[in-house]
Design a protein around this ligand. Sequence first.
Ligand SMILES: [Ca+2]
Length: 54
Amino acid sequence: MGTATHSLRGQSDQGYFGFSVGMAGDVNGDGLADLLIGASHWGGTRGAAYVIIP
Ligand SMILES: [Ca+2]
C-alpha cells in the first residue's frame, strides 16, 4: 500500500465531508480531471459540494 501525500478535511466536523465523491470533469480546462466531494450536512442540512482542482 502506498503512502498518502495529501489529505482533505471539510469545514465542519459534523458536515459529513466525503459523503459522496465523484468526477467533476475538467472544470478549469487545464486538461486534468477534477474531483467533486459532497458534504451532505454542512450548515445543518443545507449541504455543500467542493470542487477539487489538483
Ligand atoms: Ca482540471
